[in-house]
Design a protein around this ligand. Structure first.
Ligand SMILES: Cc1cc2nc3c(=O)[nH]c(=O)nc-3n(C[C@H](O)[C@H](O)[C@H](O)COP(=O)(O)O)c2cc1C
Length: 343
């Protein structure tokens, strides 16, 4: 997710072994193909076998409307270490759509095929190429043709966010429609959209008939959900991770810190100041705090996070954790479970 699931978050989410893979935030191909250094900067996992330090494989996602530049970018991504390429035909952001990218392509099925095919042909056969789409621009019907084009273009699988572009993130999700498309395709379909709880996962599974799923926002709102789903799918036999929000946030900051230290090592003097102001715990920086606030907003809007009001006005990381500790104390003895992420 753009602005959210960067390398630190990907590493963090990979910790419990629940996910099969992560997809990067989209990298936009505009006037020129994306150079290798941009891929390396945005996807530092490319330096370590396209996996997070926690062993989670990472796919590189590109977005754009020009087949030649998309193909060239994919080729470069592979040259610098990408092991899978995903193409974004789902982004609803107006600036992206005005510039011929993301969901705007859903109105041009043949162009979808052309782009997928160009990318497919540009990279070695062992590199999977996949695509992510929505059901359509303003109707759920074009999904049949668009998904068929993705398949014809040679994609190894397709992920379908069960909404239209016009809906953006508004309900409802049309899981049943994903199920109908799945029946018509030979390639695997990954169902996506509004899986917030294990019960919703079960309904989505039933309505789509899929056995592969992608979750986005709920991975932040309810970080234990990935473990619950993986357990239900028989993908993990690990015991339920036992954690508190505080531990979780601190672990995430450690990943963020490690990520920034690596960037600092590689970047010169120019960006040093920016990195310092973004330094996480113990460095007095505000960047880590910004990221935590972004996270608790997700957790508050979409999950069961009880401390948002108390934490939202904190000014430093130290204050953030002080208030969080007070919040924990404020809860009566024996209810500390409410601080854990519940399923
Ligand atoms: C802030 C934000 C950024 C997103 N960025 C991307 C992106 O870069 N690439 C992508 O394929 N989907 C992106 N998405 C869409 C999600 O991957 C997902 O398809 C959508 O949120 C529905 O799934 P969910 O209900 O599990 O979150 C983004 C969503 C949000 C909320």
């Amino acid at each position: 997710m753009d602005g959210v699931t960067d390398a630190a978050m990907r590493a963090f989410q990979g910790r419990w072994g629940a996910f099969s893979y992560a997809v990067t935030e989209f990298l936009r191909v505009s006037e020129t193909p994306i150079p290798g250094k941009v891929f390396r900067r945005e996807v530092p996992e490319l330096l370590t076998g396209a996996q997070t330090e926690t062993g989670l494989p990472v796919q590189v996602q590109i977005l754009g409307g020009d087949p030649v530049r998309m193909a060239k970018s994919a080729q470069t991504a592979v040259k610098v270490g990408a092991t899978a390429i995903d193409i974004n035909f789902g982004c609803p952001a107006p600036t992206v759509n005005r510039n011929d990218g993301g969901a705007s392509l859903l109105r041009y099925p043949c162009r979808i095929r052309e782009i997928v095919q160009a990318v497919r042909e540009a990279v070695p056969a062992e590199i999977p190429v996949s695509a992510k789409i929505r059901l359509g621009w303003d109707s759920i019907d074009p999904v049949f043709e668009n998904a068929a084009m993705v398949q014809e273009g040679g994609a190894s699988w397709i992920t379908i966010h069960a909404r239209t572009r016009v809906q953006s993130y508004k309900p409802p999700v049309f899981w049943a429609q994903v199920g109908k498309v799945r029946e018509q395709l030979a390639i695997p379909v990954i169902a996506n959209g509004d899986i917030w709880t294990i019960d919703e996962f079960r309904r989505c599974r039933e309505e789509t008939g899929c056995d592969k799923f992608m979750i986005g926002r709920s991975a932040l709102a309810n970080p234990i959900l990935s473990w619950q789903i993986a357990t239900e799918l028989g993908l993990t036999h690990e015991a339920q991770p036992d954690f508190l929000w505080e531990t979780l946030f601190k672990e995430f900051l450690l990943d963020l810190h490690a990520q920034m230290a690596r960037k600092k090592e590689k970047s010169g003097f120019r960006s040093q100041r920016r990195l310092e102001t973004q330094g996480p715990l113990g460095q007095g920086g505000v960047g880590g705090l910004f990221r935590l606030k972004q996270w608790i907003k997700f957790a508050n809007n979409h999950g069961d996070f009880p401390h948002f009001e108390a934490l939202k006005l904190t000014q430093t990381l130290e204050e953030f954790f002080e208030v969080l500790a007070q919040e924990e104390q404020r809860l009566p003895q024996g209810t500390s479970e409410t601080l854990a992420i519940t399923g």
